[in-house]
Write a protein that binds this ligand. Sequence first.
Ligand code: NAD
Length: 295
Amino acid sequence: MSHIAFIGLGNMGGPMVSNLLKHGQSVCVFDLVQDAMAHCTRLGARQAKTASEAAKDASVVISMLPAATHVQELYLGESGLLASIEPDTLVIDCSTIDAETARAVAWEANLKGCPFVDAPVSGGVGGAKAGTLTFIMGGDESAVALARPVLQNMGVNLFHAGPVGAGQIAKICNNLLLAVLMAGTSEALQLAIHHGLDPKVVSEIMRNSSGGNWTLEKYNPCPGVMDNVPAANDYQGGFLVRLMNKDLDLALAAASETGSATPMAAAAQSLFRVHQNHGNGHRDFSSIFELFAKS
Ligand code: NAD
């Protein structure tokens, strides 16, 4: 029976596999971390010794890897997946990477007769667990049509942004805005705290006023305001500071290609870079809240 091969079982990939399984899909997984694979096998997935073994006889390959270097290493080159994959296998990369790498992988995939879609996601670990992710697709109409029923097992909103690479551009525009909103929300909440106000009360005021935004709705950065967010768990898990810095680097590189002015992205990048350099690269990005604290 043909199956879905899923490569990369981290904070996002693990829960995405769980939702594929809940929808009755047959899934074979691979990750460099054995514990991540063991978690998925307990949920009903098969595990492979290599990515190529996972992709053998698969009808769909999905990857959810940290950055472009990992995606290149997985698909391209002599020992890459595309060297051994069967024609007609649908390839969906959900990692957030640069558009150029997405186009390079798409080119090689198409040479092998495999449709390719870049489909980075939005919605965070909460969305991955709940199966409510937003997928932002780039690719031909025909490839996107093939990807839709697969991605519907893991998400609710499926957007087609344009040709291959367009999903990545739309995604980094979104994350540029998210970085600015998270830094601004943190700054505003800390100012309120420094003036003796209750952050729960101020969050509720801003959420219902003109400063309302996604971070106040779903991902409050101040510990004690919201349950079930990384701030309630010492900023463990979630979306890592180093991944947000990667996305801001991608946004600034894309801006430089077109000569676009992105001063807010540059300011956010400086803040997240300082925060990472203070040893916070492996914490959730909402921990930027601590950077504005007064000691
Ligand atoms: P993560 O670091 O938690 O997980 C990545 C996984 O990939 C790890 O388990 C790692 O072992 C595995 N991996 C790395 N190289 C591999 C290889 N060659 N073969 C097999 N497995 C390999 O990252 P994440 O938070 O799950 O994010 C994945 C992607 O999704 C990133 O591009 C990120 O920017 C994007 N993203 C993350 C979030 C979030 O909230 N975490 C939200 C939206 C988008």
